[in-house]
Design a protein around this ligand. Sequence first.
Ligand SMILES: [Zn+2]
Length: 296
Amino acid sequence: MSRVLLLFIDGIGIGIDDPGRNPFAVVRSPFLPLYQQNPEPEIPHQGLLIPTAADLDYPGLPQSATGQTAIFCGINSADALQRHVAGLPTPTLRKLIDKHSLFIDLKQRGLRATFANALTEEYFEKLKERISATTRAQRAGGYAPRMLEDLRQRRAVSHDMTNAFLRRMGYDVPLFSIEESAHILAGISAEVDFCLFEFVLSDSVGHKGDLDMAVAIANKLHRFLDALLPAIDLDSTTVLLTSDHGNLEDVSVTTHTTNPVPTLVWGAGRERCRTSIRTIMDIKTTILSLIPGGLA
Ligand SMILES: [Zn+2]
């Protein structure tokens, strides 16, 4: 039983050991052996890699809207539409998120939960009901989002781990190193029962099919985990890293892939996760089972 930090990394699967198409096979980060399914790899800080089905029992390529809804709601979101749905949640998926979001369960049980990513006023004003599944899942629980002012005060992190994206958009925020962002995230996680961080560049770069760019993303994820995990009390925290569908692990195609996604687990709930996670639909219930009072 512990607090949980969920790292949602969009669009990474477990691919084949081919440095010509799999950036993880180039970087060979011990944290991200996403080129190896057997034997069970040795991962620093006693990490565990659980190959996790993302196909939701539907043919075709898994997609973000249905995949993320499945992760945060613990349901087969593809059933509602009889297919995988790309991009942002449709009205049907929005209803499912507003009813079944993990954040609603946490709120009802009086638990402290947060989405660590810094968001902007413009994001909410511009997108209105077209916000991402992740942001919607958080909003459904009624938890306040973290905004730019939180980022400036080092109480939030930006999705790219450096704030470079926000600065390019013209926002007045300091540049952080990847390691600084990792330490800030560890601090936020230590104050709550459940903390979510979302990284999406893995999917957008995966769609470009460019190995050098994909290697840079894999390196970024390596540096982030290398700084983050020693900063977390793994006796009282379970760190979960998972994804909605494959993409970045095979740059020979610019689409998503049908590969299993990784669920990587470090810390207190490692063995429980080993037995309870088979598909991305198992993530929500597993998280609730790890937090004291989560399944009450
Ligand atoms: Zn995508």
